[in-house]
Design a binder for this molecule. Structure first.
Ligand SMILES: Nc1ncnc2c1ncn2[C@@H]1O[C@H](COP(=O)(O)OP(=O)(O)OP(=O)(O)O)[C@@H](O)[C@H]1O
Ligand SMILES: [Mg+2]
Length: 401
C-alpha cells in the first residue's frame, strides 16, 4: 500500500491558483507580445460563457444559410434549421442574440487577422475537437467554425469548469474571478517538427523536447544549434521576467531556426503533459548548482584579470585557455537535456502514448484516425448514428418495461 502511495505522488511543489492564472494567455500576453505570433484577445461576457457551457451545439445562422444545410443526423444544427419546425413559430433562436457584440468582434478580428485564425481560451486550444471541423484542423474562417470547435472540446470545457482543480489552495482561498478571453491567433502553417516544449525549474532551463511525437531525422543534426538558440532566448527574454520560478513554455523555431517564438506557457503541474519526459524525471533530475551569472563573471574575472567588463561566456572562453582552471569550475558546460524522438522509439509509432492520453478514445476511433481524415470523419458520423440508435433502443426498451 505504502509503495503504491509513494509511486502515485510526484514531488511537485504546491501548485497555487496564482500559478494557474500566470499561465493564462491574457495574463502573460501583454508582456510577451513582441515574441509571440500575432494574436488578438476578445473578452468574453457571461452570456457567451453560458452558451459555451450549454449542452448541444446550436450555431448562429450564417448569411446564405440554407434552412436545412444539415439533416440534423449529426446533432449539430444551425438556428436557421428551426424555421422548419412545425411547432416553432418564432425566429429568436439565434444563440448569438445575447452576445451580438462578441460575435461581431470575432467576425472583425478574423478579418483583421487575414481571414484565418487558430482559436483558444485562456489556457487550452481545442486540439481534441479538430475531427469535427470541415478542415480537420484548428483553422477557422468564420465565427461558427470557432464555436463548433470550442463547444466540441473537452480541453476547452476544462478551462471553463476545472481551471483550479487540484490546486493546493483549493479549500483555503475562494476561486478568483477568471477574466475569460477568446484568443484568436493569426493562422500560420506551422511545421510541427520544430515546436518544442521547454521545462524550467528554479529559473533554470533543465530540459526540452519535441512537441510532435514523430521521428524527424534532420533534427539530430540541428540539435546543438537549437538548444543554444532556445537557451539564449530563455536567458534573455523569460528567465527573469516570468512571475514563477517553475513553469513550462512552448516555442516555435521556424527555418532558419535562429528566431524563437513563444506559443504558450503551462504550469509546473501534473496537468501539463511532459511529453517524452516523465514528471518524475523532471522533478528529480540532477542539476548542478551554478552561481548567479554575475558571480560567475566575478569568479572568472579573478582568474583572468584582463576581462573586467566581459560577459560570463566570453570570460569562460578565455578562462578555458588557462590550464590551471579545472573543468569542474566551468559548470556552464552543463546543458539542459534536449530529448528527440529516435527512429525506433515507441513514441515515433504512436503506440505507447496516444496523443491525448488523458482523454482516451475507444480503440475503434484510434484505428479510424490512423486511416486518415476521411475515414475518421466517416467513423465519427457512424459513431453518432450508432449512439443515436442505442439511445432510441434504450428509450424503446424502457417504454416496453
Ligand atoms: N497561430 C497558429 N496558427 C496555426 N496553428 C497554431 C498557431 N498557434 C498554435 N498553433 C498550433 O496549435 C497547437 C496548440 O496550441 P497551444 O500550445 O496554444 O495549445 P494548448 O491547448 O495550450 O496545448 P497544451 O495543452 O499542450 O498546452 C500548437 O502546438 C501549434 O501546432
Ligand atoms: Mg498550453
Amino acid at each position: 500500500m505504502a509503495t503504491h502511495d509513494t509511486l502515485q505522488t510526484l514531488p511537485f511543489p504546491p501548485v497555487t491558483k496564482q500559478h494557474i492564472l500566470n499561465c493564462s494567455y491574457h495574463n502573460w500576453h501583454p508582456k510577451y507580445r513582441a515574441i509571440t505570433p500575432k494574436a488578438r484577445l476578445i473578452p468574453l461576457p457571461s452570456a457567451f460563457l453560458d452558451y459555451l457551457r450549454s449542452d448541444g451545439i446550436v450555431l448562429p445562422p450564417e448569411a446564405g444559410d440554407e434552412p436545412s444545410w444539415s439533416d440534423n443526423d449529426s446533432g449539430i444544427f444551425s438556428a436557421a434549421d428551426n424555421h422548419h419546425d412545425d411547432d416553432d413559430d418564432d425566429e429568436s433562436l439565434d444563440p448569438s442574440a445575447n452576445w451580438r457584440d462578441t460575435h461581431e468582434a470575432i467576425e472583425r478580428t478574423i478579418e483583421e487577422l487575414g481571414g484565418k485564425v487558430a482559436p483558444k481560451l485562456n489556457w487550452s486550444a481545442p486540439k481534441d475537437a479538430t475531427w469535427i471541423a470541415a478542415t480537420n484542423s484548428m483553422e477557422c474562417r468564420t465565427p461558427n467554425d470557432i464555436y463548433l470547435l470550442l463547444k466540441s472540446s473537452d480541453f476547452v470545457t476544462h478551462d471553463l469548469a476545472h481551471a483550479f482543480d487540484d490546486t493546493a489552495d483549493q479549500s483555503t482561498a475562494p476561486d478568483p474571478e477568471i477574466a475569460y478571453h477568446l484568443v484568436l491567433r493569426k493562422w500560420i502553417t506551422l511545421n510541427p517538427s520544430v515546436e518544442f516544449r521547454c521545462f524550467v525549474r528554479n529559473r533554470r532551463l533543465i530540459a526540452l523536447c519535441q512537441r510532435d511525437l514523430n521521428h524527424f531525422d534532420f533534427l539530430f543534426n540541428m540539435q546543438d544549434k537549437l538548444r543554444d538558440t532556445i537557451q539564449d532566448f530563455f536567458d534573455a527574454k523569460l528567465r527573469d521576467t516570468f512571475p514563477d520560478a517553475n513553469f513550462t513554455f512552448d516555442v516555435y523555431t521556424p527555418p532558419p531556426h535562429d528566431k524563437v517564438w513563444v506559443i504558450d506557457f503551462n504550469p509546473w503541474a501534473i496537468r501539463t503533459d511532459p511529453l517524452i519526459f516523465s514528471w518524475m524525471e523532471l522533478l528529480t533530475m540532477e542539476v548542478p548548482i551554478v552561481p548567479a551569472p554575475e558571480e560567475t563573471t566575478v569568479r572568472l574575472w579573478i582568474a583572468e584579470p584582463g576581462d573586467v567588463g566581459g560577459q560570463a561566456s566570453a570570460a569562460i572562453e578565455e578562462a578555458q585557455d588557462e590550464e590551471d582552471i579545472d573543468d569542474d569550475d566551468i559548470e556552464e558546460i552543463w546543458q539542459p537535456e534536449f530529448r528527440l524522438v529516435r527512429r525506433d522509439d515507441p513514441e515515433a509509432y504512436g503506440f505507447a502514448t496516444p496523443q491525448y492520453s488523458a482523454h482516451k478514445l475507444p480503440k475503434d476511433v484510434v484505428d479510424a484516425s490512423r486511416g486518415g481524415e476521411g475515414q475518421l470523419r466517416e467513423f465519427a458520423m457512424q459513431w453518432e448514428q450508432a449512439q443515436k440508435l442505442a439511445e432510441q433502443q434504450r428509450a424503446e426498451d424502457s417504454e416496453d418495461d
